[in-house]
Write a new protein. Structure first.
Length: 181
């Protein structure tokens, strides 16, 4: 079930804008839903893709031209490791809006931390409850996005002051998920 914040005023899901860094190379990426597929635009060049997951570890992407690629995927923070048959690529994916909020001090000066969604998706599992003590790197929840499960982890040691989402809820990039004290 989608919440009002997961949709724009016109009822459509807003595209996600990301910055991708691989070594010295930086690219702008925009991802939006196209029916059951996704439209992925890299530096203004769009491609409609079908993304599927099998076994949670192995993924498949099929391009408009019919080419299909199998790959493994692992994420830790903003680092995404994508392994194809003949090579592994490591990229950093950043949400420019959340980067701007962090630089402007939006995380507060009172010792609290807001854990935010890195992309739009659906919360599939929540691993913590209000009042739980957590350690830096501990899994807080699982966010399904683009047919992949992404573990959202605690950015620091703390206590869950407020759980702002529940399993099954749709969220947008930058939405607050958990507040830590």
């Amino acid at each position: 079930m989608e919440t009002p914040r997961s949709r724009r005023g016109d009822g459509k899901v807003a595209p996600v804008k990301l910055i991708c860094r691989m070594g010295e190379e930086t690219r702008e990426i925009e991802v939006s839903r196209e029916g059951s597929d996704y439209s992925v635009s890299i530096d203004g060049r769009a491609q409609v893709v079908d993304l599927a997951t099998s076994s949670g570890v192995l993924h498949s992407i099929k391009l408009q031209n019919g080419r299909q690629y199998m790959f493994g995927f692992h994420r830790e923070g903003t680092k995404h490791e994508v392994s194809f048959a003949d090579r592994t690529v490591i990229v950093d994916l950043f949400d420019p809006l959340s980067m701007k909020r962090r630089r402007s001090g939006d995380d507060g000066d009172d010792g609290s931390s807001h854990v935010r969604a890195i992309m739009p998706g659906r919360v599939s599992r929540v691993h913590v409850a209000t009042g739980d003590a957590v350690r830096k790197g501990q899994g807080l929840l699982i966010l399904e996005a683009m047919k992949m499960e992404n573990e959202i982890v605690a950015p620091r040691d703390g206590v869950v002051a407020e759980l702002l989402v529940h399993a099954g809820e749709a969220v947008e990039s930058g939405d607050e998920l958990v507040r830590l004290e």
